[in-house]
Design a protein around this ligand. Structure first.
Ligand code: TXA
Ligand code: MG
Length: 348
C-alpha cells in the first residue's frame, strides 16, 4: 500500500476547510488508517464504528487483539453516544482536564465495533487537545479509535518520522504536525467505581487528579509485580530496547563504574542521562533525554532517545533514575517497563 503523507503548518487556520485534513478525514470515512499527532504521542486512527477499519489497526501494528483501544472524540457531546453512563466524577474530570492527556474508562454503549473494546463491557474515551487531532476527528464526523502509531514492541512515536519508520506501506496516510508535546501517553483512569483508579500513569498527574476530585487510587498492579493489570495493555512489555537496559539507583560514579566494567569485558555500553550530567560520563553512547530540572522535557524526549539507542550497536544501556513525583511517575513507569523492571542499586 502507498502511504500518503501530508504536512500541516500549525500557523495556518485549521478551523477553516483545510485540504490535508479533508483528505485524511475522507480516508478515515473509507475505513482506512490515518496516523495523526496528538499532544501526547502520534495515534493510529480508524473509524471506531467499523470492524473492518479497526481490524486493520491490530493488523498494521501487530497488536494482540485482547488489548482494547482508546476512542478519541472532538467534543464532550460525542461521549454520550459511546458511553452508557457518565458518572458525576467522570463529568468533573472531563470538565477539568479535557481537552487533554486524560483517558476515562466508562461503561460502554452499543454502536462501536466490538474489536475496539476487545470484549470488555467498558470503553476508554479521550478528547485530545491537539488542534490538528480535533480538526481531523471533527471533519470525519466519527469516533476515532487510535492506539499509539508504533509497531507493537516499539516505543510510541513522538515524531511523524517514527510513524513512517514503523508503518510506511502498512497504512493509508500520515498527517505530519511536527513533534508531539507531552511525549508520554495519556493517563488512563477507571471511572466505573466509587473512587477513580489510575490504570496507567501519564500526562495528567495523580496530584492534579486529586486536586479536582479528591481521593484517587492507583491500580495495585502498577505498584506490585505479579498482579493482573486492569488496563490490558499494561501487561505487555511496552517496548524492550535491543540492548539490555538497567535503571541505576545511586551516584554518577557508581553508574560510570558499571559502564567501565562492561567495556573492560569488551562490551559496548550506553548511558541514558540528562543535560545537566551528560558531560560527566564516558561511554560508547551518552544520550540526554532532557533537563533533570524540567521533568516534562524528559517525558517529551524519552521515546525518541530510546529509539536512538536502538540505532547504535550497544550491548547494554544504563539509565539514571528519576523522581516519581508528577510526570516523573509516568517517566519511571515507562522506563521500568522498558528495562523489564531491572534496577541496580548502589551498595547492594
Ligand atoms: O496518549 C494516548 O493515550 C495515546 C494517544 C494516541 O491518544 N494512545 C494510546 O493508546 O496510548 P494505546 O492503545 O497505546 O494504549 C491504550 C491503553 C492500553 O493500556 C489499554 O489496555 C488501555 O488503554 N485500555 C483501553 N481500553 C480500556 C478499557 N476499556 N479498560 C481498561 N483499559 C483500557
Ligand atoms: Mg501504545
Amino acid at each position: 500500500m502507498k502511504t500518503k503523507s501530508w504536512t500541516v503548518d500549525r500557523k495556518d487556520d485549521l478551523s477553516r476547510s483545510y485540504p490535508q485534513i479533508s483528505q485524511a478525514a475522507a480516508l478515515l470515512k473509507e475505513n482506512e488508517l490515518v496516523a495523526f499527532p496528538t499532544e501526547t504521542v502520534y495515534g493510529l486512527g480508524a473509524n471506531a464504528q467499523s470492524d473492518e477499519a479497526v481490524a486493520k489497526i491490530y493488523q498494521a501494528k501487530g497488536r494482540p487483539s485482547d488489548n482494547p483501544l482508546i476512542v478519541h472524540v472532538a467534543d464532550k457531546e460525542q461521549v454520550k453516544k459511546i458511553a452508557a453512563k457518565i458518572p458525576p466524577l467522570a463529568e468533573k474530570l472531563m470538565e477539568t482536564f479535557w481537552p487533554g492527556p486524560l483517558t476515562l474508562v466508562l461503561p460502554k454503549q452499543d454502536g462501536l465495533s466490538k474489536l475496539v473494546t476487545a470484549g470488555l463491557e467498558t470503553v476508554a474515551v479521550r478528547m485530545p487537545e491537539d488542534a490538528l487531532a480535533l480538526a481531523l476527528i471533527k471533519e470525519s464526523g466519527l469516533p476515532i479509535a487510535a492506539p499509539s502509531a508504533n509497531l507493537s514492541g516499539k516505543p510510541s512515536p513522538t515524531l511523524a518520522e517514527h510513524v513512517a519508520h514503523d508503518l510506511t506501506g502498512k497504512i493509508a496516510g500520515i498527517l505530519d504536525g511536527g513533534p508531539t508535546g507531552v511525549g508520554v501517553e495519556s493517563t488512563v483512569v477507571d471511572c466505573t467505581g466509587e473512587v477513580p483508579v489510575i490504570l496507567r500513569p501519564g500526562g495528567i498527574t495523580k496530584e492534579q487528579l486529586e486536586e479536582a476530585v479528591g481521593t484517587v487510587e492507583v491500580d495495585r498492579a502498577l505498584l506490585k509485580e505479579g498482579e493482573a493489570p486492569k488496563a490490558p495493555g499494561m501487561k505487555y512489555t511496552h517496548y524492550a530496547p535491543k540492548a539490555d537496559l538497567y535503571i541505576v539507583k545511586g551516584s554518577m560514579e557508581y553508574l560510570q563504574s558499571l559502564v567501565d566494567q562492561e567495556r573492560a569485558a569488551g562490551r559496548e555500553a550506553g548511558v541514558l542521562t540528562t543535560e545537566e550530567n551528560r558531560a560527566a560520563y564516558d561511554a560508547d553512547a551518552v544520550l540526554a533525554a532532557g533537563w533533570r530540572s524540567k521533568p516534562e522535557t524528559i517525558a517529551a524526549h524519552l521515546y525518541e532517545v530510546l529509539r536512538q539507542f536502538d540505532e547504535r550497536d550497544l550491548d547494554v544501556i544504563y539509565s539514571e533514575s528519576f523522581s516519581e513525583e508528577g510526570v516523573g511517575s509516568a517517566i519511571m513507569n515507562r522506563l521500568m517497563k522498558a528495562a523489564g523492571q531491572r534496577v541496580l542499586t548502589e551498595n547492594h
